[in-house]
Ligand binder design. Structure first.
Ligand code: SAH
Ligand code: F3S
Length: 438
């Protein structure tokens, strides 16, 4: 049997795509290995979102080529493959295959041809592609990602995704439900629905509200999450489904990008500061107890100190539970590449530090207030510190509890006993006091 090793970078959709690649290659007689040295085929599933993401991948390709024995193949797949195409083959003679996110159905054929000595590139967009014929490999975890929408039709001026993942398209609701049923039949009880603007899901008949209702009803599914929504796409239907469907968890990752309407306009985000704040209010009204995380970019071209302070003030006003913060990275071919008024990297670096400090202070304050409360956790895996399990509340808080490995996959009510500021410790809650945290 031939062996395949896949290394995954970037977002949750890449993790899901790696599951598809393993599934497709299994059908072609490959088995999975976690050791590149023993692999016949090595694939790097790449991210192009920021320059440093690409640099890491280039470094890894350089390391992986050391494991290439006579006849072994090295492929680059994912967003960087799509972006660079032929240039990747020209850049290094060790790369045999370059396949973009829409080319995975043909991977078996491409690998066979590459084995005969061809060097191949497939970066064609296939606006119909949903990989319905592939059974994705599950990674054995208690939670699974399910891609419901691919591509993106927005043109946020900083973003490379529309150029690497192509046009937006939604899977048929029945196909999503069938995949969730298969996953649930394997004992997985939590799914995260994925799309670039996932709440804009629409298969021509059903919208995202209907999808949430349908997925929530699948036997065995106890928790439904989704990422990432766009603030403009929380229609009444979607909000009502979030409020009605008990399986939908009380956490939303709501990318902000900037708190300044002026910058948001230059980013072509299609909402202003007040619209974002209104969206937060609506979410909090629809789902009491909801926690919010976000993505923020600092140093976007033209961002002034005043603009940045508007971001800080919005972050404080909303009180995010968590935030992923980035320095703007110019991506070739995106509209923002042509914007003037680049921000001095030193200034951008300082803004990032100030933002991170505020985000941490807010999160710590919120988290300290949760000590003593009770919550339901789903145990996910062993914690790095021995004899503890890592669990997650519905509101996406990570809690470490003293529990044996056989509790992985189980739900338990716990009492929160402490926090580091970002994660928690807890103990089982034998008195079964009423849950105070979701
Ligand atoms: N629609 C997707 C966007 C994926 S990109 C989603 O909402 O998840 C994930 C995050 O990376 C974005 O929200 C943005 O904050 C950040 N990002 C995207 N392009 C960037 C760039 N050129 N420089 C810095 N950060 C960027
Ligand atoms: Fe990127 Fe904006 Fe789409 S951030 S993925 S272009 S919604």
């Amino acid at each position: 049997m031939k062996r395949v090793y896949i290394e995954t970078y970037g977002c949750q959709m890449n993790v899901a795509d790696t599951g598809l690649l393993y599934g497709a290659l299994k059908a072609d007689g490959f088995e999975k290995t976690t050791d590149p040295a023993e692999a016949d085929l090595m694939l790097v599933n790449t991210c192009a979102i920021r320059e440093n993401a690409e640099q890491r991948v280039v470094g890894r390709i350089g390391e992986l080529k050391r494991h290439k024995r006579e006849g072994d193949l090295l492929g680059v797949v994912g967003c960087m493959a799509q972006r660079l195409g032929d240039d990747l083959l020209d850049g290094t003679r060790h790369v045999d295959l370059v396949i973009g996110p829409d080319g995975y159905s043909g991977i078996g054929d491409l690998v066979a041809r590459a084995s005969d000595g061809e060097r191949l590139v497939d970066v064609e967009f296939k606006s119909w592609e949903h990989y319905e014929e592939i059974t994705p490999e599950l990674d054995g975890g208690v939670s699974s990602f399910v891609t419901v929408q691919r591509g993106c039709d927005h043109r946020c001026t900083f973003c490379i995704v529309p150029m690497t993942r192509g046009p937006e398209r939604s899977r048929k609701l029945a196909d999503v439900v069938a995949e969730v049923q298969t996953i649930a039949s394997r004992g997985v009880t939590e799914v995260t629905l994925l799309g670039q603007t996932v709440n804009n899901y629409n298969d021509g008949v059903d919208d995202f509200g209907q999808l949430l209702r349908a997925v929530g009803q699948v036997d065995g599914i106890r928790r439904v999450r989704f990422t990432s929504p766009h603030p403009n796409d929380f229609t009444d239907n979607v909000m009502a489904a979030m409020a009605d469907v008990p399986e939908v968890c009380e956490h939303v990752h709501l990318p902000l990008q900037s708190g300044s309407s002026r910058v948001l306009k230059r980013m072509l985000r299609r909402y202003g500061r007040d619209d974002f704040l209104r969206c937060v209010d609506d979410l909090r009204n629809a789902m009491p107890g909801i926690t919010l995380s976000t993505d923020i970019i600092v140093g976007f071209p033209g961002e002034t100190e005043e603009d940045f302070e508007e971001t800080l003030s919005l972050v404080n006003e909303v009180g995010f539970d968590d935030a992923f913060t980035f320095i703007y990275s110019v991506r070739e071919g995106t509209p923002a590449e042509k914007l003037g008024d680049r921000v001095d990297p030193k200034v951008a670096g300082e803004r990032l530090q100030r933002l991170i400090a505020d985000v941490r202070t807010i999160a710590r304050k919120k988290n300290v207030a949760l000590v003593g409360k009770t919550a339901e956790v789903l145990y996910e895996k062993e914690a790095r510190r021995g004899d503890l399990l890592q669990g997650r509340t519905r509101s996406n808080k990570v809690v470490l509890v003293e529990r044996g490995k056989d509790s992985i996959g189980q739900y338990e009510e716990i009492r929160i006993t402490g926090t580091t500021g970002s994660t928690f410790t807890g103990v089982p809650n034998p008195q079964r006091r009423a849950l105070t945290v979701v």
